[in-house]
Design a protein around this ligand. Structure first.
Ligand code: GLY
Ligand code: MN
Ligand code: MN
Length: 433
């Protein structure tokens, strides 16, 4: 990605910390077992500010420092290690490729970092994410404070930079929106591949394979979260990820899965009949969820609050549940009592971005936040009807969620995943084509 984008973000952060110093680390590598690691993914905040993808790196931002404002600690080049584990950018590359003003070996950080805190008012950091790094940071901070009798002033506190970064990340800019459109596009194509492939008798993991093959074909290195491929009753378990049952003729299949592209997530759910035709009971429930989703998307407009799409969805779902005979009372009564939560127990969405459940506050000063241009969120109502004796049998084990990714714009909701079929006619046409 264009390095100017990352430089602009660093400048923006530096403008907000005055005479402070920001110290931000990337994610540690995670051991899977023995000497095998999970596939590496950098920390979202760290990547957002640096574009740097290697582990064992720490950035230091020191606004106004004449010898250089942006210091990157990273691994040195090492031909032996690179033979085994691949390319390292090294110190010169940190400067020439990633725009650091200066770069030092990560192994020297204990000696150098306390000095970079001298004469700074505060240390800005993201605490509580990586315990080991937090303890290093406190150690460096205590060290610079213990030496302050030598004639410089030491920072007077550790301050959370997370909130500043969350606010920056909440509003997406052009590059980010392009990546999110690609993540949505790749996810859309992969979901369509899975829908076309689905047949009674297949295992859930075989449909998952089609889906994730589509992600990889589209250039995604990994799903944005573990794919949920849930047939029949499994669809009523919100985060079912075992994906190992056989898909039965007459059941629905719920797939909640999204590709990550350029470290940006898509988060998409479709629910469709394993055999390609909705039964009458499945249709009845599906049409309610679909209408709730349309109504929630219509509420995704600037000036509405974060909670308005949820309230719109809940109203439509409640009316539908009353019409089906699954709830008794007036619409206001079932909303007031919360009786609908037996069938709809989650919110209608969340912020979406580098993290699938992305950063950003949902309330400001105790009020639901207003939707603004450049925010991205999911809209994902559902109904989950268990095999409860008190419920008409024909609705048993119907779990339905429909989830799209939405960008808030001045012209209304821009549904990034709109090309993925979701009406009954469009799904049946695709599956039987
Ligand atoms: N895939 C998790 C969610 O929809 O929030
Ligand atoms: Mn989802
Ligand atoms: Mn979601």
């Amino acid at each position: 990605m264009d390095q100017a984008v990352f430089a602009k973000r660093r400048t923006e952060l530096m403008q907000m910390i005055d005479n402070g110093v920001a110290v931000i680390t990337t994610a540690p590598e995670q051991i899977r077992n023995g000497d095998v690691h999970y596939r590496y993914r950098p920390d979202s905040d760290f990547f957002y500010l640096s574009g740097f993808e290697e582990p064992e790196a720490v950035m230091v931002l020191i606004p106004g420092r004449v010898q250089g404002e942006y210091i990157l600690f990273c691994r040195e080049k090492d031909p032996d290690r690179e033979q085994w584990n691949g390319y390292r950018t090294g110190l010169e590359g940190a400067i020439s490729e990633y725009g650091a003003d200066d770069a030092f070996p990560i192994d020297d950080i204990d000696d150098i970092l306390p000095g970079l805190m001298e004469n700074r008012d505060r240390v800005y950091c993201v605490m509580g994410r990586y315990a080991e790094f937090d303890s290093h940071l406190i150690h460096w901070y205590n060290e610079v404070r213990s030496l302050s009798s030598k004639g410089f002033h030491a920072p007077a506190g550790l301050v959370d930079a997370g909130h500043i970064l969350n606010e920056m990340r909440l509003i997406k800019t052009g590059n980010e929106i392009r990546s999110m459109r690609r993540a949505a596009q790749v996810s859309t194509e992969a979901h369509m591949r899975a829908m076309r492939a689905c047949q009674p008798g297949m295992h859930e993991f075989q449909v998952e394979a089609e889906l994730e093959y589509g992600f990889r074909l589209g250039g995604s290195h990994y799903p944005a979260y573990p794919s949920i491929v849930a047939g029949g009753a499994n669809a009523c378990v919100l985060h079912y990820v075992e994906n190992r049952d056989i898909l039965r003729d007459g059941d629905l299949l719920l797939i909640d899965a999204g590709a990550e592209i350029d470290y940006y997530a898509a988060d998409v759910t479709r629910t469709f009949p394993v055999n390609g035709r909705f039964s009458p009971a499945q249709r009845e429930v599906y049409e309610i969820v679909l209408q709730a989703q349309f109504d929630a998307i219509d509420a995704c407009v600037i000036g509405n609050t974060w909670n308005d799409p949820h309230e719109a969805a809940v109203r439509t779902l409640c009316q539908g549940l009353i019409d089906l005979g699954l709830l008794v009372g007036t619409i206001d009564e079932v909303i007031e009592s919360g009786g609908y939560r037996k069938f709809y127990m989650h919110k209608t969405g969340h912020w979406l971005g580098m993290d699938v459940h992305d950063v950003g506050d949902y309330k400001v000063e105790d009020q639901w936040r207003e939707l603004e241009n450049g925010m991205t969120l999911t809209v994902e109502p559902g109904l989950y009807i268990g095999a409860d004796d008190s419920i008409d049998k024909r609705f048993h084990n119907i779990g339905i969620r429909i989830e799209d990714d939405v960008l808030i714009t001045a012209r209304g909701a821009d549904v990034l995943t709109r090309k993925l079929p979701k009406t009954i006619d469009d799904i049946e046409a695709l599956m039987n084509s």
